[in-house]
Every structure is written in C-alpha cells, then in structure tokens.
Write a protein that binds this ligand. Sequence first.
Ligand SMILES: [Zn+2]
Ligand SMILES: [Zn+2]
Length: 212
Amino acid sequence: MLRYLTVPVTPFQQNCSIVWCDETNQAAIIDPGGDLPKLLTEAQRLGVELTQIWQTHAHIDHAGATAQLARKRQLPIIGPHEGDLFWIQGLPQQGAMFGFPPSEPFTPTRWLKDGDSVSIGHCTLQVRHCPGHTPGHVVFFSPEANRAFVGDVLFAGSIGRTDFPGGDFQTLVASITQRLWPMGDDVVFIPGHGPESTFGQERRSNPFVRGT
Ligand SMILES: [Zn+2]
Ligand SMILES: [Zn+2]
C-alpha cells in the first residue's frame, strides 16, 4: 500500500511529498524544492529508503534541490515531461530571481509522458501530462490509494498561475477537466501548496473550474 508524508519546504511552503511502499519501505521524493536536511531527516525518521526523485515540474520551489539530492544519494530523476526543459536549464536564474540558494540544472534520467507509469516497491502510479501552468507539468495518480499528487495544476479553491513563460489558462483548465476529473470525484489530491482537497469538492466550489 502507498503511504506518504507531505513536508512543506522553501519560503514558498511547497508541499514536497515523501511517498513509499509500506511492504518494502522503498520511497520516492516528489519535488524536492529545497530544505534538504529537513527532508532527509524526515525520511530517516520514517525509516524509508529513498530510491527515486519524481518531478511534477521544474519551477525553483519544486526542483531547487533536485540536482543536489540526486548527486548526494545517487538517485535517478524521473520526470517531468520534456516540455519543461527550458525551466530546468533556467534553474540558476530562477533561483537568483526569487532569492533562493544557488540551484543547478539537471538531466532527468527519464522524461515522462502522458500514459506512463512510475513504481516504488509494489506500488505503481499513473502519469498524466497536465500542461498549462508549465508546458511539461505531470501529475502522479495512485488509484489504489485514491490519491493524486498534482503539483501546481490545482489547489484547494484555486488553480496554478498561467502568467509565466509557457503558461496558458485554457490549456490548464483543459488539463484539469479532461485529465484530473476523470480520476474520480472522491480522489484526494495533494497540491503543490496549501491543504489537500478532493476533485469533487473543487468541481463544486472552485471559482476557476466550478461546474466543469
Ligand atoms: Zn509551479
Ligand atoms: Zn509551486
């Protein structure tokens, strides 16, 4: 069974999630944006073995510590979709712009595309490509656990910003309605910032996608 712990990191309080298979204790870390000592302490406290990095997209608060963690622990970097290559290459400039510690670009071990899957221990999650906030944004969905890790696609009561380079409002709304909603109203999602919610709750009350 898939388990997870969400740890807010960076001044942007980005929800980094440590996800693991409770039969093997093998873990992946989704979006290690920063605060590596805090993340490594949590993983150790949980008694899980970090074996992969999964990346929803390449904004600095999600990917700022990815290169460093991969090198330190010899971990493969899985994702995002290659539409985010320019964001990955721009990580040093993103860091300078937002006052983050120096950040390095990286080369993903594996780019992801819509319909792929990723596995940790005995748990497999589905990958959906959800562009709009960034061109290469992906989300990770576990039907078994009824959980989706959606990065900055959708928030409780809001949606991702679309005013950055490569962002597009209509594309983002299409990603939400065509790729997230079919997962099911009762699915709990873990957004990149703020509290969890369900897709059904957002379909009813989120002003950006209400009634879609
Ligand atoms: Zn973002
Ligand atoms: Zn973010």
